[in-house]
Design a protein around this ligand. Structure first.
Ligand code: ZN
Length: 364
């Protein structure tokens, strides 16, 4: 048996349809028939050749949800339940080596130097080939963290939990949000939507979102935003005044950067109260230098700045749990559902910024 997948063979060139032999899974491996595959902003950066991790040729796609087709040996999900053929699952996109300093001593597998990431740093030029989710099937390798899903759930609702949701869960692990706190979210894309949800879920009283797209800002309201600041209508100074007015002149307890644009970090850090926490999740690739007065902006005000890079098994678990709490809400984030054959169209929609979130969904 064979299956189809879309392969990036050359940067900025259309993905190529290729046919692969379906492998028989060996010990620890699982063959998954994909039900939904999220199209991530990182996929576009990879397509454009802006992500240095990208090996060619590659099957893009790291946000997969699918049915277990065949297993090479018995396995459990992260919560201890056994996974069986026919189950609907998702998985941690990164497979850590579990041997290195980051894995063993720091216990932070997201910094594992040997981390293998489906659809990001695994080429399809050698066995087992099926290493990405813009495909009918993916082969999960030994050591992949598995998450069982109810078979009745809309698979597309869970896609973004695997990547943006998990990264935001990682961010909120680094800050203590208390009831009544004010959290500012910079950027109303999928990361920002997740940040609104986690902020409210953790008890924030006010969630203020800064963005430039009215549609995206309105979507954030569905996920818990209480105040929307459109940067097209409000100057930098007006945005700062608004945040300080809303917080009795103190500034925000926490600012979550989900924008990845030059200037966002300086603006966000200056919105914090004394002792506030800045969580930066949005810079997936270099966006240039930002200039802070470290005495005035950071030290004198005692703020903490956390860079947040990808996620570990626990973060995926927290995001998947959140998506399962409210699947209709998370499904509403998907602005476009396209068949796999429209993978190139999906990337074009991302490039033109016409989509909030795209899922490639199986026709079956
Ligand atoms: Zn992603």
């Amino acid at each position: 048996m064979t299956c189809n997948a879309y392969v990036l063979t050359k940067f900025r060139e259309p993905l190529e349809l290729r046919t692969f032999q379906l492998p028989t899974p060996g010990p620890g491996e699982i063959l998954v028939r994909l039900a939904a595959s999220g199209v991530c902003g990182s996929d576009l950066h990879m397509y454009l050749g802006e992500d240095p991790r990208t090996p060619l040729p590659i099957i893009l796609g790291h946000e997969g949800v699918g049915w277990v087709e065949a297993m090479g040996s018995s396995q459990n999900a992260v919560d201890g339940r056994s996974v069986k053929e026919g189950d609907l699952i998702t998985w941690n996109r990164g497979v850590a080596c579990n041997r290195c300093y980051a894995c063993k001593i720091l216990r932070q597998p997201s910094y594992c130097t040997g981390r293998q990431i489906y659809g990001i740093n695994l080429s399809c030029d050698q066995p087992p080939y099926l290493n990405g989710c813009y495909s009918e099937y993916v082969l999960l390798r030994p050591g992949t963290d598995l998450y069982l899903l109810p078979s009745s759930i809309d698979p597309a609702a869970v896609c973004s939990a695997c990547c943006s949701g998990a990264t935001v869960a990682h961010a909120f692990d680094l800050a203590n949000i208390h009831p009544g706190d004010t959290v500012v979210v910079q950027g109303p894309g999928p990361l920002g939507v997740w940040a609104c949800y986690f902020a409210r879920r953790r008890g924030a009283g006010q969630v203020v979102v800064i963005g430039g797209s009215e549609n995206r800002l309105e979507m954030c309201r569905q996920f818990g935003a209480t105040h929307l600041l459109n940067r097209r209508n409000l100057s930098l100074e007006q945005r700062k005044e608004t945040v300080f007015q809303l917080t009795g002149g103190r500034g925000a307890d926490c600012v979550v950067e989900c924008a990845g644009t030059n200037g966002a970090a300086v603006e966000g850090i200056r919105l914090l109260r004394q002792g506030g926490v800045y969580l930066s999740t949005g810079y997936a690739q270099p966006a240039g230098l930002e200039q802070l007065d470290f005495f005035t902006d950071v030290v004198r005000r005692g703020v903490a700045i956390h860079g947040v890079w990808v996620s570990d098994a626990r973060h995926v678990y927290h995001a998947v749990t959140a998506a399962l709490e409210n699947p209709e809400l998370f499904a509403s984030m998907i602005s476009h559902r396209l068949p796999l054959q429209e993978a190139n169209h999906a990337l074009a929609l991302m490039q033109n910024r016409e989509a909030i979130k795209i899922a490639l969904v199986s026709q079956i």
